[in-house]
Design a protein. Structure first.
Ligand code: AMP
Ligand code: ZN
Length: 115
């Protein structure tokens, strides 16, 4: 798997376009969502391109994403109060950017809990 042409998150994750980064390692990076839905709203994305969770995502990439979520929570100070992680996946979920990403949301009491 590699980078996909004309994918905005591939470009951000590989610094072709710069963003407001919160965390980065060899496999993943995390940057602020441009349309935040909470005081803290960060996206965690792999550097390689995968469409979403039903793509063939290696376990080490998923583990790196989970580790990045924890780092983002610590660095933004939402680890103690709590936060929400969302992966909109496919059409019914309204996924708009077809590059795997976790939303990390926090910094306020979150509403509309559906599960
Ligand atoms: P989703 O609906 O789960 O696919 O979410 C896509 C998210 O990406 C939305 O919350 C957008 O605000 C965010 N987004 C789209 N383009 C950018 C960008 N260039 N930089 C930061 N966030 C972006
Ligand atoms: Zn991509």
């Amino acid at each position: 798997m590699a980078i996909k042409d004309d994918c905005i998150f591939c470009k951000i994750a590989n610094h072709e376009i710069e963003s407001d980064y919160v965390y980065e390692d060899d496999l993943v990076c995390a940057f602020k969502d441009m349309n935040p839905q909470a005081p803290v709203h960060v996206l965690v994305v792999p550097k390689d391109h995968y469409d979403n969770l039903v793509d063939d995502v290696p376990g080490e990439v998923l583990a790196a994403m989970a580790h990045a979520v924890k780092e983002v929570a610590k660095r933004t100070g939402i680890d103690k109060q709590g936060f929400r992680v969302i992966a909109n996946t496919g059409a019914d979920a309204g996924q708009t950017v077809m590059h795997l990403h976790f939303h990390v949301l926090g910094g306020k009491k979150l509403g509309e809990k559906i599960l």
